[in-house]
Design a protein around this ligand. Structure first.
Ligand code: PRT
Ligand code: MG
Length: 213
């Protein structure tokens, strides 16, 4: 249907930070994902629904058109290799930094470094740009543990306050990228549902501007 809009978003911090922006565009979910187990949320606008998925799955749902638009971290988008999405807007929410981190005085260039991360492509690109070959170990979470048990020399992970690194005796070493969440749009939806998508992107843009004013 040309006038419906499906929005893909992950629960947790992105959902929480996106709520005020959505509210400013006049969209209020009818359920709270913290208490409801529903994966499709109705909103106060009959034609607009939210689908709740894993953060790293948001680009996939949008690329395949299962959702018209989505909200995804730049970390996830940098890692995503598919096509089919536009990234028209920085929502400036869920901000953090992607960093190389490790134990103090971590060994550097003498041997080939082992790096544990869930950001395999981004990490490979980062070191390739410096002409460095590294061994990358893919993990799905708790990266901070890897250097402590000698699985890896260093990690690449998101850092906000730095508390998680500190609590595990690690320190930030190199800044790789500033991260925030972006509004993404399915390319076909942008054409076929131009009116409703364009107006949503515009209203979200105004909400971001307003929040920063
Ligand atoms: O949890 P799940 O496996 O379902 O997926 P996810 O971990 O990708 O989702 P979620 O909701 O935890 O994170 C979604 C998005 O939030 C990420 O893709 C980022 O774009 C954004 N974001 C912003 C963060 C953070 N800040 C953040 N601090 N995501 C994770 N963290 C973690 C980080 O990985 C580390 O473990 O928080 C810890 C560091 O925080 P500090 O404050 O201790 O430095
Ligand atoms: Mg998480």
């Amino acid at each position: 249907m040309a006038d419906t809009l499906t929005i893909a978003v992950s629960k947790g911090r992105i959902f929480k930070d996106a709520l005020p922006l959505l509210a400013a565009t006049g969209v209020v979910p009818q359920d709270d994902p913290a208490t409801s187990r529903k994966l499709i949320l109705d909103t106060n606008v009959a034609a607009i629904k939210l689908v709740l998925i894993r953060a790293s799955d948001v680009p996939t749902y949008v690329a395949y058109g299962a959702a018209d638009v989505g909200i995804a971290g730049k970390d996830v988008l940098m890692e995503y290799e598919g096509n089919g999405i536009y990234e028209p807007l920085d929502l400036n929410i869920a901000r953090c930094r992607l960093m190389l981190a490790g134990p103090p005085r971590a060994r550097t260039a003498d041997t080939r470094l082992r790096i544990a991360t869930k950001y395999v492509h981004t990490t490979r690109r980062y070191f390739a740009e410096q002409g460095k070959q590294v061994e990358i170990i893919k993990l799905y979470g708790s990266m901070e543990l890897a250097p402590l048990v000698k699985l890896a020399d260093l990690i690449v992970d998101l850092v906000d306050t730095g508390n998680t690194l500190r609590a595990n005796g690690l320190e930030p070493l190199e800044h790789i990228a500033d991260i925030s969440s972006r509004l993404i749009v399915n390319k076909a939806s942008m054409k076929m549902k131009h009116g409703v998508v364009k107006s949503f992107v515009q209203r979200m843009g105004e909400a971001v501007q307003h929040g920063q004013a």
